[in-house]
Write a protein that binds this ligand. Structure first.
Ligand code: HSE
Length: 315
């Protein structure tokens, strides 16, 4: 494969994501405008992938290139391209909390893969980078789900129609759709949040769930906001995971009473999110959720965002 090695460094951003989108466990996700992670990647004389530094992680992420998911994925990609002789050093700036349910590991991994691909003169398409990003999720939490990495890499709203073979569909995003996201300061690692889910489901629950998924996808295609809202119900996963999220049902009531279209867990939690039809309402809902958590003695980070159509970008 021919690659262009003229670039010696690149600085990129990759977005946070909301996975599952309530009813679509492991198959639906969308990208946020903010927050997101940044990677600065530099060519080095000596071969191999190094982590130069990481900021914003409170020292929680490994600097060992074999253990860090960003460097491990970059190395995996270089090996796949037969370019093990290339050397790069990675600086990772984390701008979002780890273990928040906002696709923190996905944003870092996608930033790393997007950066190395740019540095090499884009030998692969974004879709071709996806399997490497899924590998990163496997390293980060023990399971290679794609509902964070697909929207982080492709932007917009994505559907994983199938994992084997991988079949990812980009869905349309109604123009007024905005999102309020709040991360309550409690620890819910994805690995643990996946362990607690039942493996078997009742047929009657499956019927409710696939009706809702079809309704949500339909609503996105037709910009039917009411249909989007009433389809965002999860009878399979949320009842179990909500237990880990402080004030979850009170927050839902608060968001819906304030005029949200829907409310649910972002990814595996503990972040929660609400869809609205305006940025103003999303801003109000973020503030109200944070005030409620504050009164309950729980700190939080709040965000307001549209759906990010771009995905990763060069800075
Ligand atoms: N679909 C994944 C899960 C997303 O719910 O475990 C993790 O962010």
């Amino acid at each position: 494969m021919m690659v262009d090695l003229r670039n010696s460094n690149v600085h990129v951003f990759a977005p946070a994501t909301v996975a599952n989108v309530v009813c679509g466990f492991d198959i639906l996700g969308f990208a946020l405008d903010e927050p997101g992670d940044e990677v600065i990647m530099q060519r080095t004389q000596e071969s191999g992938v190094r982590i130069a530094s990481i900021t914003g992680d409170d020292g929680r992420l490994p600097l060992d290139p074999a253990k860090n998911t960003v460097s491990a994925c970059v190395q995996h990609l270089l090996t796949h391209l037969g370019m093990e002789n290339i050397g790069v050093s990675i600086t990772l700036h984390k701008h979002m909390p780890i273990g928040s349910g906002m696709g923190s590991s996905a944003a870092s991994t996608v930033a790393g893969l997007f950066a190395i691909n740019e540095l090499l003169g884009t030998p692969l398409s974004r879709a071709q980078l996806l399997p490497f990003a899924i590998k990163g999720e496997e390293l980060a939490c023990g399971h290679g789900h794609a509902d964070n990495v697909a929207p982080a890499l492709l932007g917009g709203f994505t559907l994983i129609r199938s994992y084997e073979p991988l079949d990812v569909i980009s869905l349309p995003v109604p123009t007024e759709l905005h999102c309020s996201v709040v991360f309550p300061h409690v620890d819910v690692p994805t690995r643990e949040a996946r362990r607690m889910i039942r493996n078997k489901v009742e047929l009657k629950d499956a019927v409710v769930q696939w009706g809702n998924i079809a309704g949500l996808v339909s609503g996105l295609y037709t910009s039917d906001y009411a249909l989007i809202g009433r389809s965002m119900e999860d009878v399979l996963i949320e009842p179990t995971r909500a237990i880990l999220i402080p004030e979850f049902y009170a927050l839902r009531q608060l968001a819906m009473q304030a005029g949200a279209l829907s409310f649910g867990i972002s990814g595996s939690g503990p972040s929660v999110f609400a869809f609205t039809r305006s940025r103003e309402l999303a801003t109000q809902i973020t503030s109200r959720i944070q005030e409620h958590l504050d009164k309950a003695g729980i700190g939080s980070n709040g965000y307001v965002s549209g759906v990010n159509a771009t995905g990763p970008k060069k800075l």
